[in-house]
Design a protein around this ligand. Sequence first.
Ligand code: F3S
Length: 391
Amino acid sequence: MYLSREEERILDGEYGEIKERMFRILVAIGDTFGADRMIKVTSTQISGVSYKSIGDFGLEFLEDIAGKVKVEVPSYLNPAGIDTRMWSKLGFPEDFARKQMRIIMAFKKMGVYPTLTCTPYLIGNLPRYGEHLAWAESSAVIFANSVIGARTNREGGISALASAICGVTPNYGLHIKENRKPEVIVEVKVKPSSISDLGLLGYLIGRIVRNKIPYLRGLRSIDTDGLKALGAGISATSSIAMYHIEGITPEYRDFGIEGLERIEIDEKIISDEMGKQSLEPDAVMIGCPHASIREIREVARLVRGRKLRKPLWVFTSRFTKKLSADLGYLKTITNAGGRVISDTCMVVSPIEELGFRIIGTNSGKALNYLPTLSKCEVVFGSLRELIEMIS
Ligand code: F3S
């Protein structure tokens, strides 16, 4: 790979040992994937924040490097394992919470913004078309590539941190226009009408298509929340980091689709997958990816005046939570017995230690991860159906 003189100096250790080590990681990745050079990134989004995911080893590593290096570009954190303000009230274990706070402190020391959300594009970090990024959270990556037309590979926590510290990423994969072309046509024969329908559709597309960039046909007028849910579902069940939708996403016309393999997704595939659900949830958890203010408004509308029998937890960013408080939605949800929780989510927090066994959700991504990462069974449904179940 071509390296500039400045980059050679980093490798010679002129900018310190940590930066050198981080740059070596990027060079190794670039060599593995045949990158020709490094390119500058305008922001990074770093995963591997929850103590549940990185444990003591990750904590010690971060604390070790924290005082020795700063990030070079605006860098944003994925959700942590706790609500940093309400963890005690919610019953999260104290030892877990203390270690989690040390992880966040270490990132802050390096200059990373403690946004603690998987939807940085909803809270002020909205890239523009064509911008190069190094983002790690899979649902944010697929949103940035597909909906915005920005360019990022699906980074790991370490490679995103390395890009944050060095300000560059190797030029390969989805940074190159040619690699963004569709590889399979998905004829959608159903009419999704809710966030949960789109999340489930994404979950199935990922399961069926696995690792090819899909070109979706038959979908009309999906809003931002729907695109967020669709992409999260796709990226949860596959390694796919980009999709096109005919008539909707910005790059769908940029490539020919003649001769591509075609698959269909119809009602039967969906009902075969879901079967009959007879369980009753212990709790309903919404906001995977983190809920937008529109989704929180909808929750507030549905629970207004009710007294819920079981917990309703709505996960979002702290910025959106503040807005929902200002607009009165938070009070409406709290009055019904629900909670709006920030900085974390049902997958990266230790909900299994809080006694929850069966979770109701409307998220295709949570449908995939709750059974494995949180050891919970899932009841899948629309927001309206789920709220009815616990009213
Ligand atoms: Fe976000 Fe957690 Fe879902 S990080 S995409 S809410 S699994």
